[in-house]
Design a protein around this ligand. Structure first.
Ligand SMILES: Cc1ncc(COP(=O)(O)O)c(C=O)c1O
Length: 336
């Protein structure tokens, strides 16, 4: 474990400011994407319903249709949108430094807005195989396009991986503190979460991970390098040790470009049990357009193709991501 990592993005500082920003500016009490409580608009309408046929509270009636494991799911509170935050604080969005979701404050390269402004066919469904973007990513990452699947953010891929691999009652393992979507999606998918906490200083407790995998047989181990929220990196040795276990390893590299350490994306050609996730949200400032990607061993990827929503990556998202990749200089500058 290499801790702390030499981020140019001042990752840790951003993370420290994050709590303050939550309290002072955003008022949102979460780390990036931390599940808290989702206030669905329809929920607040239930009690006000004047529907004469509703003789029992709608929540009770409706709940009987919900899958058992979801009836007790802790709800999710998304990050407060910029417009709402700005209205609440009475400040222009440009005057707010928003740090609570690790968005890139600099935004995408100018080519992105140009490309979005001249999109030709927003009326046509997108390419279900995101061919143009996967070809550009193959060039960008050095791994073959056949290993790459694009999603509506890395978030979608985390859920898709779980939908394809987890049977009800299966377990995943993660190492808190870390990105909380792994635990949230596991709960949605009827899996339980084994937590192997990080050591003081946020290093992975690899011996404990090894023991826990051997004893409790989780199906997936989620590793995050650099980790959200502390920025610690997973070393080659640690990764190899965990890959030698009989478990699927998802290595989330959402912030890898800021670490100045090589990505392990090409390791998926050597390990049948490794998936590497990356995103345009951080590096390319495209969090709002929702585009992330994963690299998979060929033996796994075909099942994800079968299960994914056909039009998961919008025309706008693909156009924007392709345009961002045409300006590697800008993307590189953002890391300085
Ligand atoms: C570690 C980590 N992985 C994945 C994501 C989500 O990425 P995306 O915006 O591509 O869904 C985040 C977002 O904050 C993150 O911190």
């Amino acid at each position: 474990m290499i801790c702390p990592s030499p981020f140019k993005f001042h990752f840790e500082v951003a993370q420290m400011s994050l709590r303050a920003a939550n309290l002072i500016a955003a008022g949102a009490n979460s780390l990036s994407g931390t599940p808290l409580s989702f206030r669905s608009p329809s929920m607040s309408r239930v009690s006000a319903s004047a529907d004469a046929l509703t003789t029992v509270p709608l929540a009770t009636k409706g709940a009987s249709f919900i899958r058992k494991h979801l009836q007790t799911l802790a709800p999710y509170t998304p990050i407060e949108p910029f417009e709402i935050l700005s209205a609440r604080l009475g400040r222009h969005p440009k005057d707010i430094v928003k740090l609570d979701a690790n968005e890139n404050p600099y935004g995408p390269p100018p080519e992105v807005l140009e490309a979005l402004g001249s999109m030709e066919f927003p009326n046509i469904y997108p390419d279900p195989e995101s061919r143009r973007l996967r070809a550009a990513l193959a060039e960008d990452t050095g791994i073959g396009a056949e290993h790459i699947l694009v999603g509506c953010g890395a978030d979608e891929l985390i859920d898709l991986i779980m939908r394809c691999t987890l049977d009800p009652g299966d377990k995943i393992l993660d190492c808190p503190p870390t990105f909380t979507m792994y635990a949230f999606d596991a709960a949605v998918n009827g899996a339980s979460v084994i937590k192997v906490p990080r050591l003081p200083g946020f290093a992975l407790d690899v011996p404990s991970i090894v023991d826990t995998v051997r004893q409790q047989n989780p199906k997936i181990v989620f590793l995050t390098s650099p980790n959200n929220p502390d920025g610690c990196l997973v070393s080659d040795d640690e990764l190899k040790t965990i890959l030698d276990l009989p478990v699927l390893v998802v290595l989330d590299e959402a912030y890898v470009e800021f670490a100045r350490e090589p990505s392990r994306i090409n390791w998926v050609t050597n390990y049948e049990n490794l998936i590497v996730l990356r995103t345009f949200s951080k590096r390319a400032g495209l969090a709002g357009l929702r585009v992330g990607y994963g690299a998979f061993p060929l033996s796994l990827i075909e099942y994800l193709w079968r299960a994914k929503q056909p039009y998961n990556v919008s025309v706008a998202a693909e156009v924007a991501a392709c345009a961002a990749l045409t300006n590697p200089k800008y993307l590189e500058l953002m890391l300085v």
